[in-house]
Structure formats: C-alpha cells, structure tokens
Design a protein around this ligand. Structure first.
Ligand code: HEC
Ligand code: HEC
Ligand code: HEC
Length: 280
C-alpha cells in the first residue's frame, strides 16, 4: 500500500464520521451498469483501473517532483492530474457527484506554487473525493468485476454421475459429511465407514473445479491437499479400528472442517454471497 492510498483510507475514515450514515454501516450496492463498458468482457482493457492509475501517478508525481525540486515536472503532473480527473468524472454518470473539479484545480494551483506544505494542505480536499468513492464502491466493484461466479460452475457427482450446480453439490457434500459424523455419534461405525467413502469421493472431486478459475495446480495444496488427505486417512483408520478412538475421530473431523470447508469458504464464499444478493 503506498502512502497516498493510506492517506485516502485515513481520509475516508474521517469523512465517514461526518456523514449522516453511521460509520458502522456498509452498503454493498451493485455498481451502475454504465461501468460495464470499462471492464471485460465489454472492453478488452480494464479501462476504469487504467484511469485510476493515471490519476494516482500524476497525484504522486506532483510530490515526488516537489521533493526533487524538479518544478517543470511538478507543473506537468499537476495539469495532467486535473485533465485526467475531469475525464474520469465524465465516465460514469451515476458517479459524477463524487468528483469535485474545483478541489482538483485548487490542488494544481497549490502545487504550482512549488511550496510542498501548500500542496500537502490542498491535497486533502482532492484526496477526500477519491477516498469517499473508494470506501463506498471498491468492494462492490471487486465483487462484480474481479470475482468469477460459482453460480456458473457445474460438478459431476462421482457417486451418481449426475451433473449438478456447484451450490447443490455443496449440499450433497454437507449431507455426506453428516452421514459420517451422525453415525459415528450413534456408535454405528460400519455405516459411518461406508458414508466416509461417499463423502471422501465427493469432497476430493472438488479438485476438478479449481481449474475453472485458477491457472496453476499449486492452489490445490489448500483445502483439497495434504491436510485433507491426512484427515481422511485418520478418519478411515479410526472407523476401521476394532475400538475407534473418539478423540482422534473428532480431531480429524475438526481438521477437515477447518482447513477444508471453513478456509475455502472464508476465501471464496464472501463474494458469492454478495453476487447472489444482486442476482435475486
Ligand atoms: C472450493 C472451496 C470449497 C470447499 C472446499 C467447500 N466449500 Fe462449501 N461452498 C463453497 C462456495 C464457493 C459456496 C457458495 C456457492 C454458491 O454461492 O453458489 C459454498 C456453499 C456451501 C454451502 C451452502 C450451500 C447452499 O445451498 O447455499 C454449504 C452447506 C457448504 N458449502 C458446505 C461445505 C462443507 C460441509 C464443506 C467441507 C466438507 C465445504 N462446503 C467445502 C466453497 C467450498
Ligand atoms: C467515482 C469513484 C472513484 C473516484 C472519485 C476515485 N476512484 Fe479510484 N477507484 C475506484 C474504484 C471503483 C476502484 C476499484 C477498481 C477495481 O479494482 O477494479 C478504484 C481503484 C483505485 C486504485 C487502485 C487500482 C488498482 O490497480 O487496484 C487507485 C490507485 C485509485 N483508485 C486512485 C484514485 C485516485 C488517486 C483518485 C482521486 C484523484 C481516485 N482513485 C478517485 C473508484 C473511484
Ligand atoms: C469460481 C472461481 C473459483 C473457483 C472454482 C476456485 N477459486 Fe480459488 N480463488 C478464486 C479467486 C478469484 C481468488 C482470488 C485471487 C485469485 O484470483 O487467485 C481465489 C483465491 C484462492 C486462494 C488464495 C491464494 C491465491 O492463489 O490467490 C486459494 C488457495 C484458492 N483460491 C484455492 C482454490 C482451490 C483449491 C480451488 C478448488 C478446490 C479453488 N480455489 C476454486 C476463484 C476460484
């Protein structure tokens, strides 16, 4: 995180306090459709992000050059910043209100005095406009344009060879897991051992989904890797023992639940929740 980002985030926090909205509330609204044309697939380049980088470079460029006393470049970056800021303000009509052109112009004027203290002071007004939009829109934009959807993924269930939606497949995984734990709790170890085979086969089949979004095999070290293998081997060992040890059984249930289900959910499910709300 560079200094200007930290500055914006700090400013964002400060203005949250003065806004009528309570600082605790966060609304994750679907971004306006007019943003679509600046992101794939409608645009081959992520033009919105490129625009952000231009503004950020010129904003930072002013201060880099002030420190170097390279005043010719200070002036160039100051003018460019205003130009790009104006351009950005026209890109998404629904977001026009976030921009404050006089604040950008005031910053450029302060920068051109070549007095770093003045420029620093004037940067606050402009930085606030960046920070407010980031605080309110960045999470939504990430969920919409950066997270592929699980709702389009299908899985072939290895037990009945039927193709099912990812969501429904999770339901089957979850009930096969319960088949193991409930039977174990009842002392029905044969049934638990049988359920474990179904469960393991369904769970490990999740490996086939990773490549729908990930280009490397390396990610499979997580959730469906060595920890899962260890947990399944430990569970099978107890269920095949003459006198299964409950302590060891539940320890492996916990290992799988945590390093498998929970860790994967913490990474992948948050955005799925958000996308689901918008789809409804
Ligand atoms: C690939 C990572 C991954 C692993 C591993 C994983 N899940 Fe999920 N799970 C998800 C995602 C993503 C969703 C949300 C799917 C959606 O929104 O369509 C989900 C949703 C669910 C749901 C809700 C289903 C519904 O109908 O909305 C349940 C229940 C569930 N998982 C149980 C489990 C259990 C139990 C395990 C471990 C035995 C597990 N999951 C392992 C990624 C994973
Ligand atoms: C109207 C809303 C809005 C305003 C105003 C705004 N931004 Fe952004 N900015 C965004 C959104 C949305 C993202 C997230 C884009 C993404 O990740 O796809 C973003 C991301 C960024 C990023 C990170 C880009 C990346 O590679 O992840 C930088 C840097 C940035 N903005 C700089 C600025 C600066 C500097 C200003 C003010 C001069 C500014 N932004 C004003 C909406 C805005
Ligand atoms: C619907 C798309 C999708 C599927 C399917 C999916 N992931 Fe991810 N996963 C993502 C996205 C997006 C990220 C965020 C970072 C990125 O793009 O790699 C991520 C992040 C991760 C991370 C964090 C580290 C990293 O590389 O960014 C791991 C580990 C991971 N996934 C493992 C898995 C495994 C293992 C599977 C299969 C069992 C899986 N994922 C299936 C979309 C997916």
């Amino acid at each position: 995180m560079n200094i200007s980002r930290i500055l914006f985030l700090t400013i964002a926090l400060v203005i949250f306090v003065v806004l009528p909205v309570q600082a605790k509330d966060m609304v994750v609204k679907e971004p306006p459709k007019s943003l679509n044309k600046y992101y794939p697939p409608e645009s081959d380049q992520p033009k919105w992000i490129q625009q952000m980088h231009k503004m950020s470079t010129h904003f930072g460029g002013v201060f880099v050059n002030l420190k170097e006393k390279d005043f010719a470049n200070v002036d160039i970056h100051a003018d460019k910043l205003v130009e790009e800021y104006k351009k950005t303000s026209e890109m998404v009509p629904e977001w026009e209100e976030y921009f404050d052109i006089p604040a950008a112009e005031a910053f450029a004027a302060a920068a051109k005095t070549h007095d770093i203290a003045k420029a620093g002071k004037a940067s606050g007004g402009l930085g606030k406009t960046c920070g407010k939009c980031h605080a309110e829109q960045e999470v939504s934009v990430w969920a919409k344009y950066h997270w592929p959807s699980f709702h389009k993924i299908k899985v072939i269930d290895p037990i009945n060879e039927k193709e099912v939606e990812f969501d429904d497949y999770m339901g089957s995984i979850s009930s096969s897991f319960k088949g193991v734990t409930v039977n174990f709790g009842e002392g029905q170890y044969d049934r638990a051992a049988k359920a474990l085979k179904t469960f393991k086969s369904r769970y490990m089949e999740l490996k086939s989904t990773c490549s729908k979004c990930h280009a490397t095999q390396d990610v499979k070290r997580f959730y469906v890797g060595p920890d899962a293998d260890t947990a399944f081997a430990g569970l099978a060992k107890e269920l095949n023992a003459e006198k299964p040890n409950p302590g060891k059984f539940w320890k492996n249930v916990g290992l799988l639940g945590k390093t498998g289900c929970k860790h994967c959910h913490l990474v992948h499910r948050t955005n799925s929740f958000i996308q689901e709300m918008w789809e409804k």
